[in-house]
Design a protein around this ligand. Structure first.
Ligand code: NAD
Length: 511
């Protein structure tokens, strides 16, 4: 039976089962141990895929190195044209890819489709960018000299991605890297390997059609390949999205060999609800922010810092909204909250609630694991709300589940200090209609996060801005604005078109 149309989606996406019962796709380097992909939606084993061995890894790198020699010489706007065609191809496959994202990762179908839309959007962005890889020109202090800077591709970009955005994160990186002239080797999360194969299949068609070497995009699977990438000097840049724990290791290991990283790590995002907030807006922003994707976004709202005069009212409104949440199959658009990714994640969720209680937290909306029909995978949990102190150890920590901590404040300065007083620095927001409050929050004395919003929740960024955060979130920026610069190396050039050779700083060296 193909209750959710998944087999049909897999077949449209070109994911084929081969003789040994494993599934595969194009340009595959996969002869290693089997990774089983279970859906958190209903616990079904969707498919088995093979991971990449050490030899597979080598083969992928050699192919990527070869491809770079050709790709870097294709003019950037021509590379942009190829990325434009990738965007077209993604438009064609939006539906089945969105379905697969939803089924393999567990987010709602709408969010799955939204993730594919983000991929399409970044393709459009990258096409325009391919004609705007600008460097500056400078005036030389020496006569008949010209100075300018230019950006060159770095080579092979390693992309290591997290399970929760199984396709978009790869495209934020790869589409920019490709117009910049780099080639990409992607290692998706072991929890969502089919999403990786599907993306590779989609763009492979475009590469073939344009006679571009397939090593421009290589896919490898298996966690140990992450460590191979960290230590591999052939990768001048590793773009890592995942937990702060693993990111710390990646950061150190890549830095040891003087490689560069783009780190997109954990968040601990707060909304400040001011006494001047429009409560009806807070409701949507906070509830979607806290329970959307079952609390598994890096930008999920984890803390609500509420003005004392608004506290009781806000809690009442939240309690009421949480009471109406429908938890269940994310492919059914009537449901608001889908499953967590796996049972380990459920365990972390339950432990976090216990820790919060042990530290003195007061439960406002009770959590728990859903049981019965429709919840057989054991991954569905109830979003919960706990009154807590910002200083609790568990509040300082990112638990990747729908647990919202609420706390009170008296002055805005105190609220900003609480918002900033966590190790992470990804997303933040304030709900206020007061201009002074808003500007203070956005000022250099305000939020210390990479993203700071006003009257919008913490989650749901657009691709046009640079995305990323400070402190233990890693400091990386991806996607829009000038994030492309991280995928290129800068070269300063000085040209002497005169017949004298004057030295800089007026130094004389007479021979
Ligand atoms: P994770 O850290 O467990 O895994 C992320 C990736 O790292 C996976 O592909 C995994 O195979 C790989 N990996 C594991 N060990 C490695 C090693 N030694 N070397 C190299 N790679 C290794 O994270 P997850 O559970 O998949 O994702 C959730 C986390 O990701 C959360 O903390 C979330 O906040 C974060 N995240 C951040 C952003 C952002 O943009 N800041 C976006 C999405 C997710």
């Amino acid at each position: 039976t193909d209750q959710f149309g998944i087999q049909e989606a897999l077949s449209k996406l070109g994911i084929k089962e081969i003789n040994d019962g494993t599934s595969t796709g194009s340009n595959s380097f996969a002869n290693g141990e089997i990774i089983e992909s279970y859906s958190p939606v209903d616990g079904t084993l969707i498919a088995k895929v093979k991971s990449s061995t050490k030899e597979d890894y080598e083969a992928a790198m050699v192919k990527a190195q070869e491809a770079f020699k050709t790709w870097r010489l294709i003019p950037a706007p021509k590379r942009g044209e190829i990325v434009r065609q990738m965007g077209e191809e993604l438009r064609k496959y939006k539906e089945p890819l969105g379905q697969l994202v939803s089924y393999e990762m567990g987010k709602s179908l709408q969010e799955g489709l939204g993730e594919v839309q983000e991929m399409i959007d970044i393709c459009d962005f990258a096409v325009g960018l391919s004609r705007q890889l600008y460097g500056l020109t400078m005036h030389s202090e020496r006569p008949m000299h010209r100075m300018y800077e230019q950006y060159h591709p770095v080579g092979i970009v390693g992309i290591i991605s997290a399970f929760n955005f199984p396709v978009a994160v790869w495209s934020w990186n790869s589409m920019l890297a490709w117009v910049c002239g780099d080639v990409c080797v992607w290692k998706p999360s072991e929890k969502t390997p089919l999403c990786g194969i599907a993306c590779q299949n989609i763009i492979q068609k475009v590469l073939e059609r344009n006679n571009v070497p397939e090593g421009v995009s290589c896919l490898i699977n298996g966690r140990e390949n992450g460590d191979r990438m960290n230590t591999d000097k052939r990768l001048p840049l590793v773009s890592f999205t995942g937990s702060t724990r693993v990111g710390r290791h990646v950061s150190k290991t890549v830095a040891e060999r003087f490689g560069n990283t783009i780190l997109e790590l954990g968040g601990n995002n707060a909304i400040i609800v001011s006494e001047h907030a429009d409560l009806s807006m807070v409701l949507v922003g906070a509830v979607f922010g806290a329970v959307g994707t079952a609390g598994q976004r890096c930008t999920t709202t984890r803390r609500l810092i509420i003005h004392e005069s608004m506290y009781d009212k806000t809690i009442d409104v939240l309690k009421n909204a949480y009471g109406q949440l429908k938890i269940g199959n994310p492919l059914d658009s009537n449901n608001h909250v889908g499953p967590l990714i796996d049972k380990d994640s459920v365990k972390n969720y339950l432990e976090a609630i216990e820790k919060a209680k042990a530290e003195g937290g007061k439960v406002i909306v009770e959590g728990g694991v859903m049981q019965g029909e429709g919840y057989e995978s054991g991954c569905y949990v109830k979003p919960c709300i706990i009154e807590a102190k910002n200083s609790f150890e568990i509040v300082q920590h990112e638990t990747f589940a729908p647990i919202l901590y609420v706390m009170k404040y008296t002055t805005l300065e105190e609220a900003i200090a609480m918002q900033n007083d966590v190790p992470q620095g990804l997303s933040s927001s304030i709900f206020t209609q007061n201009m002074r409050e808003m500007e203070l929050f956005l000022s250099q004395a305000g939020s210390d996060c990479g993203i700071a919003n006003v009257n919008i929740g913490t989650s749901g960024a657009e691709i046009g801005g640079a995305f990323g955060g400070e402190k233990e979130t890693g400091g990386g920026r991806e996607s829009g604005s000038d994030a492309w610069k991280a995928y290129m190396r800068r070269q300063t050039n000085t040209i002497n078109y005169g017949s004298e050779l004057p030295l800089a700083q007026g130094i004389r060296f007479d021979l």
